[in-house]
Design a protein around this ligand. Sequence first.
Ligand code: ATP
Length: 855
Amino acid sequence: AASVFAYFAGENIDAIIIIIIVFINASIGFLQEFKAEKAIEALQKLLAPHARVIRDGKHISIPAGELVPGDLMVLSEGDKVSADCELFEENEILIDESILTGESMPVRKDTEKDNRLFMGTQIAAGTGKAIVTKTGMRTEFGKIAALTTETKKDKSPLQKELAHIGVFTGKITLGIALVLFLIGIFGRGQGIVETLLFAVAVAVAAVPEGLPTTITVALALGVQRLAKKNAIVKQLSSVETLGSTTVICSDKTGTLTKNEMTVQEMIIDEYDITAHGVGYEPRGGFSIHGYHSGSESEYLEYEKDSLHELAHKKPLLYEHFELMSRSAVLCNNAKLTEIEEQWKILGDPTEGALITLAEKAGFSVSGINQKHKRIHEFPFDSKRKRMSVIAQDEKTSALFSYVKGAPDSLLPLCTKIIKDGRVVSLDQKHLHEILKHNDALAAKALRIIAVAYKEMPKSPVGGKYIKESAESDLIFLGLVGMIDPPRDEVKEAVRLTHRAGIRVFIITGDHGLTAHAIAKQLGLVKTHGANIVTGEMLNEMSESKLLGFVAKGQETIFARVSPEHKLRIVNALKESGEVVAVTGDGVNDAPALKRADIGIAMGITGTDVSKEAANMILTDDSFSTIVTAVMEGRTIYENMKKFIYFIFSSNIGELLAVFSTILFGLPAPLTAVFLLIINTLTDVFPALALGVEPVERDILERPPRKPDSKIIQGAFLYRFLAAGIWKGLVTAAVFFGNLWVNGWRFGQDLNTDTYLYMQSATMAFVVLTLLQMVQAVNSRSLTVSVFRMKFFENLYLLAAIVFSTVATILIVQMPIFEKYLKTTALTLNQWLILTAAAMTILVFEEIRKAVFSRN
Ligand code: ATP
C-alpha cells in the first residue's frame, strides 16, 4: 500500500524501493522459516514409526514405509500396525480399531476366523506375529483416506499474544494515519502527496515488520537445540510451554534409573542368597545366609563352578534354587548375547537380569528351553503387574504354569509354598514372613519379583488356556531383588529442579519403599517421611484428599499405580493450577500424556502410541533431559522477551520521531523507506542474535513464570516505552539540531527536495540505527548492567551489529544509494557526533537498570 501511495504521489523511485525492501524482507523471512521447517520435518522423520520384522531369520527394526507384502511382523503392546496383515501367532492379543470403526473398546483377534489386522490400528494388549498382505495406499486405511502427514502448526501463547497485539496496533495505526491524513489535507491545507507520504511513514513506523519471522526462527532454533540435547519437540509452541513447567511427574524405571537390572538378593525358603557381579555378564558367586528360626545362622560362599557342592551339602535348597531359576527363565522373553565381549540383553531388562542369574548359577538357559516347550503366554502388562507362561516338560509331557510378577500381585494367587523341599499350604505366618522380607529388600532400593509355579491339568478346558486357571492355586517359590542403579546425571538435574522451584513427583509401578529409597539416593525427597500413596489407596481416595497430597510443600511418591491413576494425578495437579510435564511409555499412558501440558514419551522404551500422544520425546529416556528441556524453554522465552523489547522500543522511537515534526507542520524526519530499512533489515539481525543469547544464570534460579502471564504488561511495558521515548527524543533532536545549525528557524517551511532536509533525514536515520545497535547490547539483559556481562559471549550478536552498521555506512556513503534512497554522505565528524548521541541510550539504560535493581 505504501508503494502504491508513493507511486500516485509521483515518487516512482520510492515506490520501487519500498517494493524491493518488502521483497527482500519477505525472502529473508521465507528462507529462514523454510529452513526451520525443513529442520523440524527432518526431526519428524526420526519419529516416523518403525516396524519389527523377521527377515532372513533375524529380528530387525525397519521404517514402517519399507514394509512389503510377505514380511513377517512382530507385534506387541503399544505397537502401531503399519500395514494390513494376517495374524498367525498370538498371545491374548487385543486390537484398538477405533481409528477405523470408531469403536473404543479393543477387539480380540485370533489366528483363525478373525485374523485380519488393519493398518493404522494399534495393539492394545498382548503379542503376536503377522504376515503383511497389503501396504500403503492399497490397505483399507489407504483406501478410506488419502494419507496425510499431519504436522501440527498451532500457535504458541506468545505468538497468539503478538497476533492480538498486531491486530490492535494495526487498527490504531490505520486510525492515526487516517486522522493525520485528514488533518494534513483539510486542517493545514498541505499537499496531498506530502500528507500521504507522512501517513505512510507513521504506518510503517508503528508496525514491527521483522518480528513474526524472528519469533518463528527463535522457536525453531530452540527446537533444533533441544534435539541436539536429546529432546525432540513436536510443536514449536511446546518450547514455550516447557519454560513455564512447575511440576514434573516422572516414571522411575529407566528415567530416574538406568534400567540395567542386576539380581542382588534372593529369598528362597529360609535362605537369603546374595548374588555377586555387576551387569549382564554371567559371572560372580553367591553368598548364602540361613535364617533358621531358632537355630544359629550359617554362612556359605559359592562360585559358579562350585555350586554343585551345594547340591551335596543342601540338596533341597539346590533343587529349590534350580526350580526357581527354571521358572524365571521359562516365564521370560529376553535373550542374553555377548557382542564384542560385552554382555547385552535383548528385551526387558527385568527379564534379562533373571536370565543372567540362572547362567551365573550354572543353570544353562538353552538347556532349560530345550527341555521345556513353551505353549502359551499371558503377557506382562503394567496393570496386572505379572506374566505367566504355560510350558510342557518334553520328557514327561507334564504341563506347568510358571508365573512371575510384583509380590503384591502374585501372593494373593498363591495357596502353597515350598518348605524344606515339601509343598505345604501357605498360612498367615508364611505370608507375614514373606512381606517382611519384601519390605526389607525394597528398603534397599531393590526391585522385587516374586516367582511361583504349579502343575496344570493335562489338557485345557475346551482346548483353550484360561488365564484364571494358569494363575490360581500357585506354589510360591521365592523373591528376587534386583538393583537398578540411579542414572549418574539425574542427581545434578534434581538439584537444578530444586533451585528452579520445580516440584517432582515419582509415579511408578514399582514398590513404594523401592521408589522411596531411590528418591532418597537422588535427593528427590528430603524428609524421611515422604508420603507414599499407592494405587490401592488412590482407588479409595477422594478428590480433595488427593489435592492435599499434591499441594505445595508436600513430598509424595505414587507407587504401585496403574496408568489410569496417572491421569487422575495429572488432573489433580492441573486443577491446582500447575503446569504439568508427565512421562509415559505404555499404551495406557496416552490419556495422561494428552492431558498434561507437556506429555513426554520415551524414545527408547516407549510405545508408538505414547510417542504419538506426547508433545516431546526423549531420545535417551533420561530425567535430566527433561530438566535440560525445561531450562532451555525458559531461556528461549527470556530471549524472546529481549528481542521483543529491542524491536518494540525501536518502533516507539520511530513513532515519536515521526510525530515530533507534526507540531511544526514539517515533513517526517524519517521517510517510509528509511523506516522500512530499519525495521526489516538493520534491526532483524541483532534481534535474531538476541534469540540465541546464552542462558542467564539467574533464570534457572527463579521460580517458574505464571502460565497466564503476558509478556507485554507492567514493568516490561514501562521499560520499553521509556527506552523508546529516549530514542525518539534523540532522533528528533538530531534532526532539528542539524536544521538549526544550518540556519533553519522554527516557523520556516522545509521542502523535502532540499539538500538540508535530505541531510537532516539521513542523520536521523543514522542515529536511529546506531541507537538500535547500542540498544541491542543493552537488551542482552533487561535488568543486569552491560558492564557486568561478558562482552564476547554472544558472537552472533557482535557479528549482527557489525553487519548492520556496515550496511548503514554503505547506504549513507555510497553514491548509488545517495541517488535512489536520497541519503547524503556524511563527514567523519558527523559520524562521530551521531555515535556519541547513540551512546546516550547506554547511559539511559544503565541508569534505568540501576534504579530498577535498587527498587
Ligand atoms: P515405572 O512406572 O517407574 O517405569 P516400573 O517399570 O517398575 O516403574 P512396571 O513396569 O509397571 O513399573 O512394573 C511394576 C512391577 O511389575 C515391578 O515392580 C515388578 O515387580 C513387576 N514386573 C516388571 N516387569 C515384569 C516382567 N517382565 N514380568 C513380571 N513382572 C514384572
